[in-house]
Design a protein around this ligand. Structure first.
Ligand code: 5AD
Ligand code: SF4
Length: 477
């Protein structure tokens, strides 16, 4: 079937009842096991990739818990391992495959161990074939389309005993009511939409996550209101392209309307969102952000390239001028807004001149932070078969140059904050700077400061004393 023309199939009540019945059955089996062995069964959920995948894994863990598994923080001595994979670049796939390889010895030690692989990597038929052939200790595989059917698939695996490869390529509407095991005590991720219709020529997402579909606005509102009432302080709305929220459903209600309504929920919290597409980031959305203090002053707007020629080849549907308008309007309405972006270096056919355009764009826009990636050809995408005469070492040199330019800008931008007092949501003791606490500003910049472990989850005022390109350092006042 033409991937671009897939229909969105409904998830029926009967489908969800079947999942509940499977969860109940497995729970009974697991409770019986606990009684007999004096120990519960343990599940380990390992996640690769983006925040959307993290959010999906919270659902997998939620379902595991309902099935009577305890969630473990490592794979040793577990009864079930679920690896949620990513396919955005080759590196992500290699990492997942090598990790799955390391689980072979666990299966040798414990024949009862069930190993499942799910997510974007195994939503591609060539990777499913590879797992089938080369990873015989993987028991079952399911793609992103079958996430809500995890209990039914696990039940089938447990009762039939044979390996299962769920190669369901249909796009399903978003299933409501899946239990969620939240991984963070005061930060939460809420998927508001799934999939993507943009087909940027380098990107695998539309193929592995299917067509764009949005959740019902009331379901989103209720979930966010519930999180706020339970003390969540930092809530991120997730979607591959949040600006097209509701479009596939022809809702007369867009993302700006949703944000506005959500920011009316009373409480002490910040709302964030990821990711926006510059072609449809509207002035209306920027106005809503500017007018509602609960919405964090952070805009992640992926530019990808500063060359109009490359943007066209990427099928991005905007040019640098359009992007500059967005960035200017964001800064006009919110001078303190942190602007971050993504850049791909070494897209097929990128010339020195194209690359210079990207550097010029970075110097002009001055992003606070940049995620930069070397182009990675993805099987089945148009860019993977475009002629690409640029040698790898030239791409590598461009990448290093980009980092140099951006580091300088990031340092200057961070230094602008020195002397100011910022509200920081304290995350708790820092992993990098042993004795210090770490926190995030409204713009999602990381700040290190002296504090107490009890500060975690509190909004605090911190005066910024110094800065490097990656972080701010300050004093609690
Ligand atoms: N190669 C390199 N980077 C990619 N991205 C998406 N697909 C590819 C690819 N094939 C980057 C884009 C996107 C971010 C999430 O990942 O910059 O915005
Ligand atoms: Fe990929 Fe483009 Fe969709 Fe983002 S908007 S997920 S880069 S296809």
């Amino acid at each position: 079937m033409d991937a671009k023309k897939q229909n969105i199939l409904p998830v029926t009540q009967a489908d969800m009842q079947e999942q509940q019945a499977s969860m109940d059955r497995i729970r009974q089996i697991n409770d019986g096991y606990t009684l007999q062995n004096g120990r519960p069964r343990f599940a380990y959920v390992l996640t690769f990739g983006c925040q959307q995948n993290e959010a999906d894994s919270e659902k997998i863990a939620g379902m595991c818990r309902q099935m009577g598994y305890r969630i473990s923080d490592g794979p040793e001595n577990c009864d079930l391992i679920v690896v949620n994979t990513c396919a955005i670049r080759e590196h992500a796939e290699i990492k997942a495959l090598s990790t799955i390889g390391q689980f072979k010895h666990l299966k040798e030690k414990n024949r009862e161990l069930v190993i499942a692989v799910c997510g974007c990597m195994v939503s591609q038929s060539h990777r499913v074939e590879q797992i089938k052939k080369s990873y015989p200790y993987v028991d079952f595989v399911f793609g992103t389309a079958s996430l809500h059917r995890f209990p039914e698939l696990l039940g089938r695996k447990l009762s039939l005993g044979r390996r299962l490869f769920e190669s369901d390529t249909a796009t399903y509407a978003l299933a409501e009511g899946i239990p969620v095991d939240r991984s963070h005590p005061f930060k939460a991720w809420v998927s508001i939409m799934y999939g993507c219709n943009n087909f940027c020529s380098y990107c695998i997402v539309p193929y592995v996550r299917g067509r764009e579909r949005s959740r019902d606005r009331r379901a989103v509102y209720d979930e966010v209101a519930d999180l706020v009432s339970r003390g969540y302080r930092d809530i991120t709305l997730l979607g591959q392209n949040v600006n097209s929220y509701g479009k596939s459903e022809h809702m007369d209600y867009d993302f700006a309307d949703l944000l506005k309504d959500l920011s009316g929920i009373p409480g002490d919290y910040r709302l964030r969102f990821m990711t926006s597409h510059p072609k449809d980031a509207s002035d209306k959305l920027i106005d809503v952000m500017a007018d509602h203090p609960h919405i964090a002053r952070h805009f992640h707007l992926p530019l990808q390239s500063g060359s109009d020629r490359i943007l066209k080849a990427m099928n991005r549907h905007y040019d640098l001028d359009r992007f500059l308008h967005c960035a200017d309007y964001i800064r006009k309405r919110m001078p303190d807004c942190v602007l971050t972006s993504d850049i791909i270096v070494g897209f097929p056919g990128e010339t020195d001149e194209d690359f210079e355009r990207t550097l010029e764009a970075l110097k002009l826009i001055r992003f606070d932070m940049l995620y930069s990636f070397l182009f990675s050809p993805r099987v089945g995408t148009p860019a993977a078969s475009m002629p690409d005469p640029v040698p790898e070492d030239v791409k590598g040199a461009r990448f290093r140059r980009l980092l140099e330019v951006q580091n300088e800008i990031a340092l200057e931008k961070n230094r602008e904050a020195v002397g100011s007092t910022l509200t920081v949501l304290c995350d708790g003791p820092s992993k990098e700077n042993g004795s210090l606490m770490a926190g995030r500003t409204d713009g999602n910049k990381i700040v290190f400061f002296e504090g107490e472990p009890g500060d975690a989850g509190c909004f605090l005022d911190v005066r910024v004393d110094r800065a490097d390109p990656y972080a701010l350092y300050g004093t609690r006042i």
